[in-house]
Design a protein around this ligand. Structure first.
Ligand SMILES: Cc1cc2nc3c(=O)[nH]c(=O)nc-3n(C[C@H](O)[C@H](O)[C@H](O)COP(=O)(O)OP(=O)(O)OC[C@H]3O[C@@H](n4cnc5c(N)ncnc54)[C@H](O)[C@@H]3O)c2cc1C
Length: 458
């Protein structure tokens, strides 16, 4: 494909081309993680699919990096690039719910709060994550682990089709029927295969859920975590809820005597009949002596956005992750010990359950490799102050290194930082070669390489 000059791109573009020196340049290149400071040569903020195709054609043959910004939430900042073209999808905000078909069609630049809002009007939702500000694009293409995962599967398990602009500028649809190899790869393979301009998701009846946190003193964490693993393995699939080590924030929802205290807890999301919620969660709430509880009926979008104010954009983030099968006493002991050294008020450790409906999807159905594990763990160093960078990174790395030998061998791709090819290979395990072959078919020159990159097969 012949490369377009910038004047030609500008002439037909309906969105905005932003360059260094433009007033909006710094805000346009900013991403969620304030540790990231990338400076693209051009930011093409596309208004529609035609703009995206033009932007791809513009970059073709230029041999510059091309990044794709969905929600801009990626920890490693993969939505932006240095000295290349950042294709920004943030104007692609369409949401169309079809209540009869129980589906929602979503523009490639939406964030999950926008989708939750649209679907909640019909008493429905599709599985996403645990915070509403994350982009639909990146979260979905990596897999999607959230409150509804045990009941309704990963986000990719609810993807019906996607429209994709390929590296050669063609727009294709990927589904079980059309381009099934591409559809397989998109479900876990990240942004390697093209730019998804719209996603079609299946919706479920999820309206008011029974949710909120139960917290225990951190000294009880070995007993609580051991019980949690057992409970979440056997609980009905209506029970969702992740385990956390955390520092209680100084928020009015918590008693002042708990503010700043390190604790462990579970944040619940029960989607079954309200009258059965108490009894469904009771076995876990009877473990040890909970110090605080704030659990009750809550609209699903409100639960999804509970953590939004605590974690606004612009904080320093560093995280490391792994999947785990069952953690034994040694691993639990180590984790509990490292959690007592959580370095800042916003740093945390989360263990997300990935069983239930996820385990019922055949392993070779999608590119998401670790669907048979029990937990997706992430050790998260966060602080507003750039001076804390070394402190949060060191604690995260040290804790991860201690736990890694007890892992299932790979991480969730969406929780990787810039960790090199070996980690990407271990994330995809036995699926890597199949992904590399599909990459060769759809993007042989590795045009889309600002991502957790799968190299085209030789
Ligand atoms: C605070 C926070 C909470 C999180 N919580 C969860 C969670 O609960 N569950 C979970 O599963 N993950 C979670 N994540 C991880 C999240 O899934 C990833 O960071 C994901 O990459 C974010 O997607 P994005 O579109 O916002 O990212 P961006 O930074 O915009 O992009 C990330 C990558 O995705 C690609 N991409 C994005 N959109 C498209 C598109 N439309 N077409 C093609 N490629 C695209 C980009 O090329 C890039 O490689 C969380 C992240 C943060 C920072």
């Amino acid at each position: 494909m012949k490369s377009k000059p910038i004047e030609e791109l500008r002439a037909g573009f309906r969105g905005e081309i932003i360059e260094p020196g433009d007033q909006s340049y710094d805000s346009a290149r900013r991403v969620y993680n304030a540790m990231i400071d990338k400076r693209p040569r051009w930011i093409a903020r596309c208004s529609d699919v035609a703009d995206i195709i033009d932007a791809v054609r513009f970059a073709a043959g230029k041999d510059v990096p091309v990044s794709v910004r969905g929600g801009g939430h990626n920890g490693a900042g993969l939505g932006m690039c240095d000295d290349g073209l950042a294709i920004d999808l943030s104007l692609l905000k369409d949401r169309r719910v079809d209540p009869k078909a129980r589906t929602v069609r979503v523009g490639g630049g939406c964030v999950w709060g926008e989708v939750d809002h649209a679907a909640h009007a019909f008493g429905m939702a599709t599985p996403s994550g645990f915070i509403s500000t994350t982009g639909v694009g990146g979260l979905t293409l990596g897999g999607g682990i959230g409150y509804l995962t045990r009941k309704h599967g990963l986000t990719i398990d609810n993807l019906i089709e996607a429209d994709v602009v390929l590296a050669d500028g063609r727009l294709v649809t990927a589904s079980r029927e059309e381009n099934p190899d591409l559809f397989w790869a998109l479900r876990g393979g990240g942004g390697n295969f093209g730019i998804v301009t719209s996603f079609l998701f299946r919706l479920h009846a999820v309206d008011t859920v029974f949710g909120g946190p139960t917290l225990w003193p951190i000294e009880q964490s070995p007993e609580v975590l051991k019980a949690y693993q057992q409970f979440i393995t056997e609980a009905p699939e209506d029970v969702g809820g992740f385990f956390a080590f955390l520092v209680v924030p100084p928020a009015p929802a918590f008693p002042t005597e708990l503010h700043g205290r390190k604790m462990c807890g579970v944040v619940w999301c029960y989607t079954g009949p309200m009258e059965k919620a108490e009894s469904a969660l009771r076995p876990m709430r009877q473990i040890g002596k909970p110090a605080f509880e704030h659990v009750g009926p809550v609209p699903f979008p409100a639960l999804q956005s509970t953590f939004d104010p605590l974690y606004p954009p612009g904080l320093q983030w560093y995280w490391k992750s792994d999947f785990y099968n069952v953690l034994g006493d040694d691993a639990i002991g180590l984790l509990a010990e490292h959690a007592t050294r959580i370095p800042t008020g916003l740093s945390t450790v989360h263990l997300y359950p990935v069983n239930g409906a996820v385990h019922r999807v055949p392993k070779d159905e999608t590119a998401f490799t670790f669907r048979n594990s029990l937990l997706s763990g992430v050790i998260v160093g966060v602080d507003p102050d750039p001076a804390s960078r070394a402190k949060i990174t060191d604690w995260t790395r040290t804790s991860w290194e201690a736990l890694h030998p007890f892992s299932a061998g790979g991480a969730y791709v969406n929780f990787l930082m810039d960790e090199g090819q070996e980690r990407i290979r271990s994330t995809y395990g036995e699926n890597y070669d199949r992904l590399a072959a599909i990459k060769k078919k759809y993007d042989p020159a590795n045009f889309f390489r600002v991502n957790q990159n799968i190299h085209p097969a030789a």
